[in-house]
Design a protein around this ligand. Structure first.
Ligand code: AMP
Length: 420
């Protein structure tokens, strides 16, 4: 082991587990790509102000968890703690919303950073795949996103997840509720920090995990009773669309989520095999965010699914993805001349689109064949001096053990045929 280790709260992705991560990212992205979402990539850091405004000055993410830095040039930057604010910023900057095609549907995949207390499933560097649909208020769009996330999880074989659904109201009804909630909360027996939270972000108090706090919240006013008619109708429509699509969800009126910008539809995907960090993904509607970061009114909805926790969920359910081996053909040269010739063959195979690897380092037959086995390759190519003299290589089927001589000039065509 070297004297260096990955920083606290981070871990490295190494083969073979890393292949599962790639497959998970792909499984989440595929339904999005098939549904009109275009890929977007934004920088790993932004001006700190974007998150302060876009995520909310009263959230834990901004007040406690952001990695901020001042550059040598004096810019105040933050490593991105989440994706939505950046994606909306980028869409506005590129005027995607003015191209006449609303909603602007985007998906992304990348690393996110939060200075949290590390534990199983909670890291300081983690990865998400996300989707945002910008500029349209339509319950069908909210339903579409939830259905696509459900589809992604099902395609991975996951079954022990649940979808929690709630509506947070809009700028008409939420403020009325917020005040009623504040009035209720101010009379409770709470610590200083929670008291401060009542004033800046009272809905978050509902999210408090402590049993003594939860006990006091039993009679708290319910957002459901305060939703205006428009919000109620919108929410009923989302629910009906999900039901029509066969997507099972649970109404959860305590679901408020940590970010300030959510309005109306809000949801979380939780997995029952993950212990305390059970949220594998979440999202919702954020109709006010664009204006909060200086853009026009652009009602939008989106989600982010955590790749790390999705992999943990697979492991919790004992699901092994059916990942094809990376290498189809493994070449084993015996001797100097064979090295040059077989390496030429391998290069040709690769150029023809056949995944091929090579026994490097001039190892003996036994060791090299072990590597061929480990690579998972279906075929091995073996050649020694005698084979070269006859201009052939030995083609070995690693499954059946059968071996036959194939003329050098025909190896590529023969392998292409056999591999289909
Ligand atoms: P959030 O924006 O907090 O709702 O995060 C969306 C998803 O990202 C969560 O459901 C998790 O799957 C994942 N996530 C958020 N924070 C972390 C973290 N510290 N470590 C690992 N995954 C995380």
């Amino acid at each position: 082991m070297s004297t260096f280790q990955a920083p606290k709260g981070t871990y490295d992705l190494t083969p073979p587990r890393s292949a599962t991560f790639l497959a998970v990212r792909e499984a989440i992205a595929a339904p999005l790509r098939d549904s009109g979402y275009g890929y977007i990539e934004t920088p790993g850091f932004e001006n700190v102000e974007l998150f302060a405004r876009g995520v909310g000055e009263s959230t834990d993410i901004v007040t406690k968890e952001m990695y901020t830095l001042t550059t040598k040039g004096g810019d105040q930057l933050a490593l991105r703690p989440e994706g939505t604010a950046s994606v909306l910023r980028a869409a506005l900057e590129a005027n995607l919303h003015k191209a006449g095609n609303l909603p602007v549907k985007l998906w992304y995949s990348g690393s996110y950073y939060r200075y949290e207390r590390p534990q199983a499933g909670r890291y300081r560097h983690f990865s998400q795949v996300g989707a945002e649909a910008i500029g349209t208020e339509d319950p069908v769009l909210d339903a579409e996103l939830i259905i696509l996330a459900d589809q992604a999880y099902r395609s991975l074989g996951l079954r022990q997840f649940r979808i929690l659904l709630n509506s947070l109201g809009d700028k008409e009804c939420r403020p009325v509720y917020r005040e009623a909630l504040q009035t209720f909360l101010r009379d409770l027996d709470l610590d200083e920090e929670t008291r401060r939270r009542i004033e800046i972000n009272p809905l978050r108090v509902l999210d408090d995990k402590r049993a003594d706090v939860q006990k006091q919240l039993t009679d708290a006013p319910k957002l459901r009773d305060y939703l205006c008619d428009a919000c109620k109708a919108y929410h009923e429509e989302v629910r009906a669309l999900l039901t029509a699509a066969g997507v099972v969800y649970e109404d959860d009126e305590k679901l408020v989520r940590g970010l300030d910008y959510y309005t109306r539809t809000t949801f979380e995907f939780v997995h029952d095999g993950l212990g305390s960090q059970s949220a594998v993904g979440g999202g919702g509607r954020y109709d006010g965010l664009s204006e909060m970061i200086g853009g026009p009114e652009l009602p939008s909805v989106g989600w982010a699914l955590g790749v790390d926790r999705t992999v943990l969920a697979l492991e919790a359910e004992g699901i092994e993805l059916d990942l094809p081996y990376a290498t189809s053909v493994y070449a084993v040269p015996l001797g100097e001349e064979a090295r040059r010739v077989l390496f030429g063959v391998v290069t040709g195979l690769r150029r023809a689109g056949i995944a091929a690897d090579f026994a490097f380092g001039g190892r003996g037959l036994k060791g090299a064949m072990k590597s061929a086995n480990r690579s998972g390759a279906r075929y091995a190519l073996v050649a020694g001096e005698r084979d070269l003299a006859e201009s052939v290589v030995q083609l070995k089927d690693m499954e059946s053990g059968e071996q036959s001589a194939v003329p050098l000039t025909e190896v590529a065509a023969e392998l292409a045929k056999r591999l289909g």
